[in-house]
Design a binder for this molecule. Structure first.
Ligand code: ADP
Ligand code: MG
Length: 263
């Protein structure tokens, strides 16, 4: 992957082969409990190819749980989740393939602490995608350059700043050539001065056409990058709309209260 600069996302003419008419991700009547706690209540949601969805809502409303059900880190009690028209596999090889298609970046930097940045990048592409070391290294260096941390490749994660680690986490997820990227509050554990360097990478990815679901309270990002905002509270989706509509004219009292606290 050397040569002229290629986009970090799938972009135009990318590898994605989807039916333009059906959603890339679809949750239909999804329910989930943790014991007696009802965490997801009749969740209906679709994300189209290339769409950027921002999910906001108070702490404990089920945003992380919803994200985790999409790559099957959490099971659901009932309902259906489809990726590219296919119901989520339950286990085995199919599940591994799905996980490769759904990239995820969490709040806490989840790099392997005892591996170099380059090893963090190449492990899964070599194991799951069966890439050669040379190809995996080339792709990794290319992606690290795109997120601006190629000079850190031989370092250990602890030697990088939080913002750099989070950019590596994004690059590492992209190395699997995912169809969709899930971000669960990727900047909320960062020192304030590092937030923008991570959001800038996300905005670039959005501009290049990546399909994204982003749990974030970064309103600047939502206004710049989101096609749609979803507001969750108490396990339900209460509102859904264009960013400007939602932020300026929230309809429900819950959303009005929530926005008055964070804006
Ligand atoms: P959010 O991301 O919106 O803050 P979460 O999805 O993390 O919300 O949590 C939703 C609810 O589920 C919360 O009440 C939380 O305490 C609970 N919860 C989350 N994960 C677990 C778990 N593994 N076991 C039991 N309860 C959980
Ligand atoms: Mg959460």
């Amino acid at each position: 992957m050397s040569g002229p600069r290629t986009p970090i996302g799938p972009g135009e003419g990318g590898t994605r082969q989807t039916d333009g008419n059906r959603p890339l991700v679809e949750l239909s009547h999804v329910e989930k409990h943790y014991g007696s706690l009802h965490v997801l209540k009749d969740i209906n949601l679709h994300v189209d190819t290339g769409e950027v969805l921002v999910v906001v809502g108070p702490s404990g409303s089920g945003k992380s749980t919803m994200c985790r059900t999409i790559n099957r880190l959490e099971s659901i009690d009932s309902g259906v989740i489809r990726i590219d028209g296919e119901p989520l596999p339950q286990e085995g090889k199919e599940l591994a393939r799905l996980r490769a298609e759904v990239g995820m970046v969490f709040q806490s930097f989840n790099l392997f602490a005892n591996k170099t940045i380059l090893e963090n990048m190449t492990l899964a592409p070599m194991k799951v995608r069966h890439m050669s070391r040379k190809d995996a290294d080339d792709m990794a260096m290319d992606l690290l350059a795109r997120v601006g941390v190629e000079s850190q490749a031989s370092k250990m994660p602890s030697q990088l700043s939080g913002g750099q680690q989070q950019r590596v986490a994004i690059a590492r997820a992209l190395a699997m050539q995912p169809k969709i990227m899930l971000f669960d509050e990727p900047t909320s554990a960062l020192d304030p001065e590092m937030v923008n360097e991570v959001l800038d990478v996300m905005i670039e990815l959005a501009n290049e056409g990546m399909t994204m679901i982003c749990v974030t309270h970064e309103m600047g990002f939502a206004r710049k990058a989101a096609d749609r905002v979803v507001f969750m509270a108490d396990g339900r989706i209460l509102e859904e709309g264009r960013p400007d509509d939602f932020f300026e004219h929230p309809k429900t009292k819950r959303a009005q209260d929530f926005l008055s606290k964070i804006l």
